[in-house]
Design a protein around this ligand. Sequence first.
Ligand SMILES: NC(=O)c1ccc[n+]([C@@H]2O[C@H](COP(=O)([O-])OP(=O)(O)OC[C@H]3O[C@@H](n4cnc5c(N)ncnc54)[C@H](OP(=O)(O)O)[C@@H]3O)[C@@H](O)[C@H]2O)c1
Length: 320
Amino acid sequence: KDSPKGATMYVTLEPCVHFGKTPPCVDAIIKSGIKRVVVCEKDPNPIVNGKGISQLRERGIKVDMYDTKGVVRSINCGFNKWIVEKKPYAIVKIASTLDGKIADRRGDSKYLTGESIRRAVHKMRYRSDAILIGAQTVIKDDPLLDCRLFIQTSSKKPARVVVDGNLRLNPEYRIFREDGALRIILTSKTAYDRKIRLLKRFESIGVQIVPFKTQDGVILIKDILEYLGSMNILYMLVEGGQRVFTDFIDSKEADLLVMNMSPRVFGAGGIGFYSGDREYKFSQLHYLPYESMIFDRDVLISYYREGSDVYGIDRSYSLD
Ligand SMILES: NC(=O)c1ccc[n+]([C@@H]2O[C@H](COP(=O)([O-])OP(=O)(O)OC[C@H]3O[C@@H](n4cnc5c(N)ncnc54)[C@H](OP(=O)(O)O)[C@@H]3O)[C@@H](O)[C@H]2O)c1
């Protein structure tokens, strides 16, 4: 009674035709005697892309496509992007006031939004493979970047990644504490070659330092994403601060912008999330509104980049 012979199989992604970590799924399906396969998405991987479906059909197995109206596409969005571009799906999450400020005049941004929306953010962290922030946010906020409001203990811990071009940080910050998460500092080659003693201190507590070439002292976001893609990071949550948000907007590398807005105003002295000198019309930035949700007194609004898949927001933000 356990034989799959004659059965129908339901899959989110088209079965593969190549040897990866496992042999081709198509061969196993053919061998099993399964008679019908229902597929939700064609595999965007160029070495599969329709071949799985046609090979099954050639062997007399009925294949039906099932339209989930984008739901499965959004579940697979990290994989879909990574398999084609070899870069993670980048979600840029910005907590702001009504006047678009991410910190007050003293640079204080802690607990700008309420606990309910922060719990949802901790769930997004949990679903991510990596969380990225800039060095100044570490210095200013000394964040933990854990998922404690969503889950207390877990074997899955997203990697914590800090961009620190001049290697200004030291191992005392909380982000570098040892808790089983991968901890990575991305720095310039110049700082890497210069600060050998500091490198040794970081290495002694298991923090990886990765040197990058720079352009006018800046590590390009594209290079960061390519590096993280090579580490099999599929989903990346970008949590600031201003400089990092600005670079992601200017480089057009953000797939999803998530604005978590609190009903406050910080005024002219507050720090905005964009410090660049460009002005973008819609036709230059191409972000479309996707969803809005209310969390007590705060509002979450997300925008996806035209052409990008939409991240499965329901699953990440709803708290069950
Ligand atoms: N509300 C929110 O969502 C939120 C989130 C996070 C932070 N914040 C607030 O934002 C403020 C910090 O923002 P910020 O703009 O000063 O700092 P930041 O973006 O956290 O960090 C900027 C620093 O990180 C390094 N860095 C970042 N990107 C780099 C790149 N591509 N290449 C090389 N180095 C890079 C640079 O260090 P070097 O200058 O040494 O090269 C740069 O000065 C704080 O007030 C914090 O509280 C708010």
